[in-house]
Design a protein around this ligand. Structure first.
Ligand code: SF4
Length: 694
């Protein structure tokens, strides 16, 4: 502040890190950002913030940013800087060549959950209308795609049911597979306030997260389950609800499919699903499972919050469904203080999913095979759309290795670092003829790129993000893009080089198009957003001011749908060679693969990823705190330092994935969710041994 001087202007905008979506006043002096002040009128944060949003914005001016487009014919050649027009023309000629030689199925794109709704919408439009394929996916594939599947199957739409304020009406808060203190800190503070007022807390997590015991907050129950056993834990809880007569049958009869409920109740009440039978699998004492079931079902308003510890499993979709079943069976849905709430990791993962970034869905979660929906988009875009779903990210990589997938446009995502089984990702990228990376930095994926298109930060663009509570919030330009173009303009440049003739002059026009084509966004426009500050979808004729709580009088799909979720153990097994189970997560100071936060002063707070290991497991291996260890799995190995702690149970180890020097995903497996291919990051059989360091 001293060197830049006092601010002379300010713009209110939205944080680009996590799914809480805090509002900030960005205070500027000329084109220099002086400070980010949490904005008191922000409905998601009410004047609060965390260390990422408040301090970790220095990456926007970091020397590593690439500001000129670059091209090269082969990845072993040096980059050549070019002007934007040449980069677009070269990209279009390569895409056209590959489409002519190999067909449109050889092309695909990946959108970013960090970009705005408008930018994400344009990428899926470019792939569908320009590339001529539904091979479009988003990084939600590796985080919350099971939420998309599970909540759509049960409730009819893929979104959290409540606003954040709703937690203040909860009597029982059940947190499963989430670590809000690190992952969603501002919402965690609100949750803790409610807990200090007397609400009861249940934590289901293999690790003793901070929320289990922090100043003035202590969980009534912490179920430290064996990694990979979410489904049997939830089934055992459901068994108690049904067999002890704790279900809200009046609610179920009125609001849900009764026959489906009877099928589900018959399944969960079988003796094989009792807490006593399942405690050997889950390693959770039956008495604790029974106590948690009684508290959740009879403790008043009960709200469930979950994160990637639910979704990133081979049974991720089954777990989301099991959570929804439990909420419906106990009537904990459709009013403040209850509900099913996925805590979204990235700032706009909700929005990326809303905007049709999946290979099977157009914006608004409408299946690509639905004729009337397709006709609506065909008329608006002036193209014929393929009615068949396209390839997901892992399928694109598999097809590349097999030789049928040749060209990929990746916007704002470092798939080499963030996706599972790094060696397989590298092999897929290396096999492609044209990889276009659109990003702020030359990330790990860019090592395999032929075309690099510089990206812009959230400070350099207008648009909207949608947070974990479906709140659409304005992103407002604070400074001009250093690279000359905002990301939506880059995608438009690429589209026009392919002959699409787009003529958007401002992101508000893109939102107007989204609103025309997407019923849940029908009442959204920039003027209304600026006046209201934010709007929670659905925003339409029935709810012109938005919808803080969903499914009040009826589910989006009509009757709530119970789906039986049987337990299928993961194929990833421990054994003599790989005796420990690795699970992964995040830390407060960093965000995802750290591309942004590692380029800020936050690096000092968490300069390296560490391996948490229980004292008994450390002693067995002759390890002390801070020792270097070799972490190996069937996929690969890496080296990092040990953190000896009782946070993890014996037999379980844990690490973060913020640093490319560690590359935690070198060791994760190729197993994934049965319904969505979301990777099973949370369960990897590993061995740990002393090492001399990298
Ligand atoms: Fe808020 Fe999340 Fe940004 Fe922190 S990272 S300031 S909690 S939106």
């Amino acid at each position: 502040v001293k060197t830049i001087g006092l601010p002379d202007k300010a713009v209110v905008t939205t944080c680009a890190y996590c799914g809480v979506g805090c509002t900030f006043r960005a205070e500027m002096r000329g084109e220099q950002l002086v400070r980010m002040v949490p904005w008191k009128d922000g409905k998601a944060n009410r004047g609060h913030s965390c260390v990422k949003g408040r301090f970790a914005w220095g990456y926007a001016r970091h020397q590593d940013r690439i500001l000129k487009p670059m091209i090269r014919a082969r990845i072993d050649q040096p980059w050549r800087e070019v002007e934007w027009d040449e980069a677009f023309a070269y990209a279009a000629s390569e895409l056209n060549r590959i489409r002519d030689n190999h067909g449109r199925g050889a092309l695909g794109g990946i959108t970013s959950s960090r970009c705005t709704n408008e930018e994400t919408y344009l990428v899926q439009k470019l792939v569908r209308a320009g590339f001529g394929t539904n091979n479009v996916d988003t990084c939600a594939r590796v985080c919350h795609s099971p939420t998309g599947y599970g909540l759509k199957a049960t409730f009819g739409t893929s979104a959290g049911t409540q606003d954040f304020d709703s937690v203040m009406d909860a009597d029982v808060i059940l947190v499963i597979g989430a670590n809000p203190t690190d992952g969603h800190p501002v919402f965690a503070s609100r949750m803790k306030r409610r807990l200090r007022e007397g609400a009861k807390l249940i934590v289901i997590d293999p690790r003793r997260i901070d929320l289990v015991r922090s100043p003035h907050v202590e969980a009534s129950h912490h179920l430290a389950l064996q990694p990979g056993t979410n489904v049997p834990v939830l089934t055992a809880i459901a068994h108690v609800v049904v067999t002890e007569g704790l279900a809200d049958e009046a609610f179920v009869r009125e609001r849900c499919d009764w026959d489906g409920y009877l099928d589900w109740a018959g399944f969960v009440s079988q003796p094989r699903n009792s807490p006593e039978t399942l405690e050997g699998v889950t390693r959770v004492p039956a008495a604790d499972l029974r106590a948690v079931a009684r508290l959740y079902a009879t403790g008043g308003n009960a709200a469930i919050y979950y994160g990637l510890g639910v979704t990133e499993h081979s049974q991720g979709s089954s777990t989301v469904i099991a959570i929804a079943n439990l909420a419906m069976a106990t009537g904990n849905i459709g009013r403040p203080g209850v509900g099913v709430n996925p805590l979204r990791g990235q700032n706009n993962v909700q929005g990326a999913c809303d905007m049709g970034s999946f290979p099977h869905e157009l914006p608004g979660y409408r299946h690509i095979s639905d004729g009337p929906t397709r006709a609506l988009f065909e008329e608006a875009w002036g193209v014929t759309l393929d009615p068949e779903p396209g390839l997901r990210i892992p399928n694109m990589l598999d097809a590349a290795v097999e030789g049928s997938f040749k060209a990929l446009y990746v916007q704002g995502e470092d798939i080499l670092q963030s996706d599972p089984n790094t060696a397989h990702v590298a092999a897929g990228l290396a096999a492609m003829e044209c990889v276009i990376v659109h990003d702020l930095f030359l990330n790990e994926t860019a090592n395999y790129a032929h075309i690099f298109l510089p990206g812009s930060t959230f400070l350099e663009k207008d648009g909207t993000f949608t947070n974990a509570e479906r709140r659409i919030q304005p992103v407002r330009k604070v400074m001009s893009p250093l690279n000359g173009l905002a990301d939506w303009e880059v995608t438009q440049g690429l589209a026009n080089a392919l002959g699409l003739g787009w003529s958007y002059t401002h992101p508000s026009e893109i939102m107007d198009e989204i609103a025309r084509l997407t019923p849940s966004f029908a009442g959204v426009n920039f003027a209304k957003l600026d006046a209201a500050g934010s709007l929670q979808w659905p925003v339409n004729e029935a709810a012109p001011e938005g919808s803080p709580v969903m499914h009040i009088d009826g589910f989006v799909r009509g009757k709530g749908n119970f789906v039986v979720t049987d337990y299928v153990p993961t194929d990833e097994k421990t054994g003599p060679r790989f005796p420990l189970l690795l699970t992964t997560g995040r830390i407060l100071a960093h965000y995802n693969v750290g591309a942004q936060t590692r380029r800020t002063e936050n690096i000092a707070w968490h300069p390296e990823d560490r391996l948490e290991i229980h004292p008994s497991d450390a002693e067995n291996r002759g390890l002390k705190d801070g020792d270097w260890v070799r972490l190996a799995s069937r996929s690969g190995e890496t080296t990092l330092r040990a953190l000896v702690t009782t946070r993890v149970a014996p037999g379980v180890v844990y690490t973060t994935f913020h640093h490319p020097t560690t590359q935690a995903n070198v060791v994760t497996t190729e197993y994934s969710d049965w319904a969505t291919n979301c990777p099973e990051y949370k369960v990897t059989a590993v061995q740990v041994a002393a090492s001399n360091g990298p």
